[in-house]
Ligand binder design. Structure first.
Ligand code: NAD
Ligand code: UD1
Length: 332
């Protein structure tokens, strides 16, 4: 079975390529390297001892995509390619709508033409907005608060409409919670340019003395210790969820949506303290104002993914903190 992975050089895509190769799939990556580096391909090959076919192309480029489908007999697609920074999407909405929607529409048109109708799509827990209760199940009302989130919700709608129009499609929509951690080898992981927006990449840079201190955004939330609570999931567990999803779309037709999280909520302070303990490093912090748009708490019900995909996250928060730091130590 040959899987086309769009955005396969990125953070989640690269870990998923490793799991696909380990599970015996052939992997073709298409990535324009707008947020990743080409050497990731070599690193995936080093970890797995297997070869990857790589196309440095933009998924919005229909001609290039057509050529890939002509050259390769693609059985199914995992679609990661897209922009993902919430703050940037607020400032550059057109860039986000253009890239995330255009890449998806182009991909779906080319897949349709080549009668390849099996796709796994990267959505996000951001589509739940500020949930009224917890844990979050897949049937909760959907609401977005920024252009990035809106692109995810629009693509979910496009995929649902596509299935209504043509029952030959097999579609899995995966709503990720908060992926952190890295592959044990330390070869692949998350390495954002500039000052990180998200918690773990920021903590790691503080521990590494690249940044002075962490700003904790508020300690007056309605949570166990007042700091925000999220469902952090190890990226390797998340990648394994994609293998289960690809098995499902290869086997069954239909469109379905699954939360990929652990079902556990950890506060910012719990993450900071765990990180310090397992890595034996200091992470100085100060409490500052809340970040606009942040919510108290967010964690998944994982019951549907357990039941229908036979998938469950296995790695604990200690492992997530250890592996996040290990990657950075390897890539100083
Ligand atoms: P990433 O930026 O590390 O990876 C995305 C990859 O897609 C990059 O390698 C980038 O170069 C590539 N890309 C972007 N636009 C492209 C285009 N038009 N053509 C070809 N390649 C293109 O991001 P990630 O964290 O690995 O996220 C993967 C997917 O999961 C994204 O769709 C993201 O929105 C979604 N997601 C991520 C998170 C998260 O916290 N990381 C959470 C929820 C959902
Ligand atoms: C982010 C995304 C969201 C995406 C989700 C999962 C933003 C604004 N939102 O949400 O769209 O679905 O990841 O990938 O990027 N925190 C600090 N100090 C920091 C950074 C974060 O205290 O420097 C706190 C936040 O207030 C929050 C928690 O840490 O309580 C997690 O923040 P972050 O890693 O940015 O993720 P989310 O806000 O959950």
């Amino acid at each position: 079975m040959k899987i086309l992975v769009t955005g396969g050089c990125g953070y989640i895509g690269s870990h998923t390529c490793v799991e696909l190769l380990d599970a015996g799939y052939e992997v073709v990556i298409v990535d324009n390297l707008s947020n990743s580096k080409k050497d990731v391909v070599k690193k995936i090959e080093k970890i797995t001892g297997k070869e990857v076919t790589f196309y440095e192309k933009d998924v919005c480029d229909k001609k290039a995509l057509e050529k890939i489908f002509e050259e390769q007999k693609i059985d199914a697609v995992i679609h990661f390619a897209g922009f993902k920074a919430v703050g940037e999407s607020v400032n550059k909405p057109l860039m986000y709508y253009r890239n995330n929607l255009d890449s998806t529409l182009t991909l779906l048109e080319v897949m349709s033409k080549h009668n390849c109708k099996k796709i796994v799509f990267s959505s996000s827990a951001t589509v739940y907005g500020n949930p009224e209760k917890l844990p979050i199940t897949e049937d909760f009302p959907l609401h977005t608060t920024n252009p990035y989130g809106s692109t995810k919700l629009m693509i979910e709608m496009i995929l649902n409409d596509l299935y209504i129009s043509d029952k030959d499609w097999s579609i899995a929509i995966l709503r990720y919670f908060n992926p952190i951690g890295a592959h044990k080898s330390g070869l692949i992981g998350e390495n954002p340019n500039g000052i990180p927006n998200n918690l773990m990449p920021y903590i790691v840079k503080v521990a590494n003395k690249e940044l002075k201190e962490l700003s904790i955004f508020g300690n007056d939330y309605n949570t166990k210790d007042g700091t925000g609570v999220r469902d952090y999931i190890h990226v390797v567990d998340l990648a394994k969820g994609h293998i289960k999803a690809i098995e499902k779309v290869i086997k069954d037709k239909g469109v379905d949506t699954y939360n990929l999280g652990t079902g556990n909520g950890y506060s910012v302070l719990e993450i900071v303290n765990t990180f310090k303990k397992v890595n034996g490093v200091d992470v100085p912090y100060k409490i500052v104002e809340r970040r606009k748009g942040d919510i108290d708490a967010c964690y998944a019900s994982t019951e549907k993914a357990n039941r229908l995909l036979n998938w469950k996250a296995e790695l604990e928060i200690d492992e997530m903190c250890k592996d996040s730091y290990n990657f950075v130590k390897h890539n100083k």
